[in-house]
Each structure stands twice: as C-alpha cells, then as structure tokens.
Design a protein around this ligand. Structure first.
Ligand code: ZN
Length: 250
C-alpha cells in the first residue's frame, strides 16, 4: 500500500497512507500542500492521525478537517479539532487496524502509529537520531525508543523530519568505528543531492546505526563517558548523556 510524502516547511514530511478503504493524513503541519496534493492525485482523505500537538504537525488540521469533514485522531485535546482520543492498543480505522503506541519523551503525550509494516513515529525516533526532550524525561524517551526497537526489523520508519544527514554527523562522532554509519552517510548525501527523502528507514538499519538505540554498546558507553565521566554504563544514563550532547552538537 503506498505511503506518500508531502514536503512542508523546511524539513517536515506530512504522510498520506493510501489504504484499501481510505486515505489517512498523518501530522498535517499545514493544509495548503495537502489540498494541492489531494487535488492532483484525485484522493479524498478519510481521517487525520496526529502524533503530537506541536504546530508543525497540527497547523493544517483545522482547515483539512473542516473542508473534508474528517475525524481527527490523537492523544487528547491538545490536538486541534480532535474527535477521537486514542491511547495504547488497537485502533480500527476504515476497514484496517492500527496499533497505537504511547511514546512519551518529546512531549508527554506523544503517540506513534503502526499500520502493517509502517511506523509513523512523529518526533520520537528519527533516522539515526531521536527527538529532543521537551516535556518528558530521558528514561521515558529511552523506554519509548525501546518499544520501537522491539518491532520487526523490516518495519519501515516514517519519521516526521528530514534530519538524517545532521543526525549521521553526530552518529559518526559518537560511534566512529561503525561501518554502517559511514555507508549510510554516503547514501544519504546522494539522496539529498537528488532532493529525494532519506526515508523510510528500517528498524534493522536504525538498530545498526542509530546511537540512541545502541546505548548498551561499548562504543557508545565509551563516547558518553568521554563527554561526561559521571555517566557510567547504565543504558538510560548513556542515553541521557548522548541526548544532552546532541542538543549542543553542530
Ligand atoms: Zn515536535
């Protein structure tokens, strides 16, 4: 089943999941490019799914919901025009079924959606990186990312921003001997030169090269302790140190 990319702002992706029974818009940060895309592709959407309330993910919800008369799914009323508050578990939608994951860290009420082999993870997991901790703790984000790591390795990772190249620069710094990172950088540079997305990624690739999923590995423990000698070897503390480091890395 096709999942379509709509670019928005400087580096956001809005996704349209074209299912047998309907088309779902995921995280419409603005409405105009979605209206244009739907007109060009003769698709009338059937629902909006929101991962979290940030404006660059919800700015287009009101106009789209109103125009197409769409149900809006999300965690709570921080999502504009919310019609269906959802929590962890199965979500029947049209004739399909999704798994909803509660993944706090970036925000306290962030959701992710798994549909067939696709993971829509908003601003929690990024290709070779993870989201900033705006509302949650490092321990929460660590547990959220572990939920993703437990998904099948061929799961396709649709994150909401094109941050891959800058994330890979950090990954190369903290995991310098990892050959997967070097290969991934080469491919991502070529993709961006052609102006194509570096996404979707796969869980297998993330497990092999994303430092925030590799906090148990000796190389990452070593790097985290070089940055902050008080880190120690606990994976949550390693995660916390790497996240703080990345916040100021350029
Ligand atoms: Zn966000």
């Amino acid at each position: 089943m096709p999942i379509h990319f709509i670019s928005a702002f400087t580096d956001n992706y809005i996704y349209v999941a074209e299912t047998p029974a309907g088309a779902w818009i995921i995280d419409p940060g603005c409405a105009e490019p979605v209206f244009t895309w739907c007109a060009e592709h003769h698709i009338r959407p059937s629902a909006i799914l929101c991962t979290h309330h940030h404006a660059d993910h919800t700015g287009g919800v009101a106009a789209l919901a109103q125009h197409f008369r769409l149900p809006v799914y999300g965690a709570n009323q921080r999502i504009p025009q919310l019609t269906h508050a959802v929590s962890a578990g199965h979500l029947p939608l049209d004739t399909e079924s999704l798994a909803v994951l509660e993944v706090p860290g970036h925000t306290r009420d962030h959701l992710a959606y798994v549909w067939r082999d696709a993971l829509f993870c908003g601003d929690t997991l990024f290709a070779a990186g993870c989201g900033r901790l705006f509302e949650g703790t490092a321990a929460q984000m660590f547990r959220s990312l572990q939920q993703f790591a437990a998904l099948p390795e061929d799961t396709l990772v649709y994150c909401a921003h094109e941050y891959t190249l800058s994330n890979l620069r950090f990954a190369a710094q903290v995991d310098p001997e990892n050959p997967v990172i070097a290969q991934r950088q080469k491919e991502a540079i070529e993709q961006r030169a052609r102006n194509t997305p570096t996404l979707p990624s796969t869980m297998a690739l993330e497990r092999a090269s994303n430092p925030f999923l590799r906090c148990h590995e000796p190389a990452l423990i070593h790097s985290a302790n070089a940055f902050d000698p008080n880190t120690g070897g606990d994976p949550v503390r390693v995660f916390s140190t790497l996240r703080r480091w990345k916040d100021h890395f350029s």
